[in-house]
Ligand binder design. Structure first.
Ligand code: HEC
Ligand code: HEC
Length: 459
């Protein structure tokens, strides 16, 4: 004895308005198998003729057994009810906890469930055989260590809503038959996705800004600035000790990074002395540090404001990392140099055997003072290439040992010259020191220009 499908299809008005015959059929056949058995048995006793009674029985039994929920929703109804609100919600999708740009749920899910399903399948993000293992659900399930309660809530709703929709869709023959589109959209630019990942953004912050914060920490880090806070107020503390990612977030929250006009960020303009700054000028306008900070700030603002369309808009970040050492150096009694002239000092170690090492260990950049008489800076360790692209902070003391050093003086006309090029320039003057000196402003080493000897032949 067979269940007569053609007959079932004709059931229309007898059924509850919102429950279509099609779904009754599907639900009964695919999920409420015990119902099918029940009806077959009933059918056997009642005989084939009174089909109407038979239909009625199915509905009554289905309702009585609480199968209503199974009968109730199609994939596209689930999508309307559970997924669309996620796309329209004002809170960011869970992806944004790790991907600052380039990945948003609504890049992959549109208002059209059928098209969304087909394109997700084309991407390989849906596993038809094991829907719960779908790549999209794995992406959603990723959770950063520093996740917030709010994002946990968002992640949960996404997993449940999208999970339910995927599980319902993979058993829908019509959806499975939909041809897969060709994936020619450029939304998934792998290089851009990588560039905009939060861990990469934070690692650029470490390389470029955090590495220099030693020169700000005495006044701006809460573990050292009690006196400054007493004098100037709580806003003095904007460094979170040992946490670059929280520091970056705090700088943004406090508007010390300006996302609309990154070059006008107080973080930069205060350090340059462009805005009046209680700490004075920390590094020269347009010099190496300023260029690096500016590039970081522009890039950060672009990522946070979704301004990159393609990875080729991303600037090149390959540059030598430098680390603040806390060693201050001043050269006095300069000969006639224009106020504001940009110049650098390179420090080359002299080995115990008396050989001057080829590669510079540290560099200092600065501009000649307003009266033209002196030049000062704090020295930066040049990170050896073997340590590049490591996340860890570098212990400059281990890499800049106490020793004899040769100091080389180079006047650089174009302050925008990349540090790699400066390292290849011929110095005009040199002098030697017997040992390192103490860190801190008050212990700055002062050398009279007269101690330098000119270098005639290129070395
Ligand atoms: C906890 C952090 C985290 C979250 C949250 C996260 N991702 Fe990722 N994502 C990563 C990391 C890390 C990678 C690099 C590849 C890897 O290690 O898996 C990545 C890589 C990717 C890639 C490119 C490489 C690939 O595997 O195809 C895509 C696409 C992607 N994620 C999409 C998403 C989407 C969509 C979401 C939100 C539903 C999301 N991610 C949420 C950390 C995260
Ligand atoms: C010798 C102490 C000192 C040092 C070192 C110092 N600053 Fe400051 N900074 C101050 C004082 C004092 C203020 C408060 C008055 C003002 O706004 O100029 C301040 C304010 C700031 C502010 C504004 C904070 C706010 O929320 O109002 C920023 C940003 C800033 N400094 C950046 C820097 C950076 C970047 C460095 C390191 C490159 C640095 N400072 C080094 C003393 C210092």
């Amino acid at each position: 004895m067979r269940l007569d499908m053609a007959h079932l299809r004709g059931c229309g008005p007898a059924l509850h308005k919102t429950v279509s015959c099609h779904r009754i059929k599907c639900a009964v056949l695919s999920r409420c198998l015990s119902l099918r058995e029940t009806s077959l048995i009933l059918n056997y006793y009642i005989g084939p003729r009174p089909m109407r009674i038979f239909h009625l029985l199915i509905v009554v039994v289905a309702t009585a057994l609480g199968c209503q929920s199974l009968l109730a929703e199609s994939p596209s109804e689930i999508y309307q009810r559970r997924v669309i609100p996620l796309l329209q919600s004002s809170s960011a999708s869970s992806c944004s906890e790790c991907h600052l740009q380039g990945i948003k749920l609504d890049d992959f899910l549109s208002m059209d469930p059928k098209a969304s399903f087909a394109s997700l399948r084309a991407r390989g993000w849906i596993d038809i055989d094991n829907p719960s293992d779908s790549k999209l659900l794995q992406f959603i399930a990723k959770k950063p260590e520093d996740s917030t309660d709010l994002m946990d809530q968002v992640r949960k709703s996404e997993l449940e809503g999208i999970g339910q929709w995927i599980r319902a869709s993979v058993v829908d023959p019509e959806l499975l038959d939909t041809p897969l589109p060709e994936l020619n959209d450029l939304k998934l630019d792998e290089k851009l996705i990588r560039h905009a990942r939060k861990d990469h953004v934070v690692s650029r912050f470490v390389d470029i800004v955090w590495s220099q914060l030693e020169r700000c920490a005495n006044c701006h880090s809460p573990d050292r600035n009690a006196k400054q806070v007493e004098k100037n107020g709580e806003q003095m503390s904007w460094i979170v000790p040992n946490s670059p990612s929280e520091t970056l977030q705090l700088l943004e929250d406090r508007s010390l990074i300006n996302l609309e006009n990154p070059m006008a960020s107080f973080l930069r303009t205060k350090a340059l002395g462009q805005d009046e700054h209680g700490g004075g000028i920390k590094f020269p306008l347009d010099g190496h540090t300023d260029r690096e900070w500016s590039q970081f700030l522009r890039d950060y603002a672009a990522v946070k404001s979704n301004r990159y369309d393609r990875s080729r808009d991303i600037p090149n970040f390959d540059s030598i990392r430098t680390w603040r050492t806390g060693l201050h150096l001043r050269i006095k009694e300069l000969p006639s140099l224009a106020p504001g002239q940009y110049a650098v000092i390179l420090m080359h170690r002299i080995t115990p055997e008396g050989n001057v090492e080829k590669d510079a260990t540290a560099i200092g950049e600065g501009r000649v003072s307003k009266d033209g008489s002196s030049w000062s800076t704090s020295m930066m360790l040049l990170e050896p290439s073997r340590l590049r692209h490591t996340q860890a902070s570098v212990d400059w003391k281990a890499l800049l040992p106490d020793s004899k050093y040769e100091l080389r003086w180079i006047v650089v006309d174009d302050s925008s010259t990349p540090v790699e090029r400066i390292l290849a320039m011929y110095p005009s003057m040199r002098t030697e020191i017997d040992s390192l000196w103490k860190t801190g402003h008050s212990a700055a080493k002062t050398i009279a220009y007269g101690a330098f000897k000119s270098i005639d032949t290129p070395q």
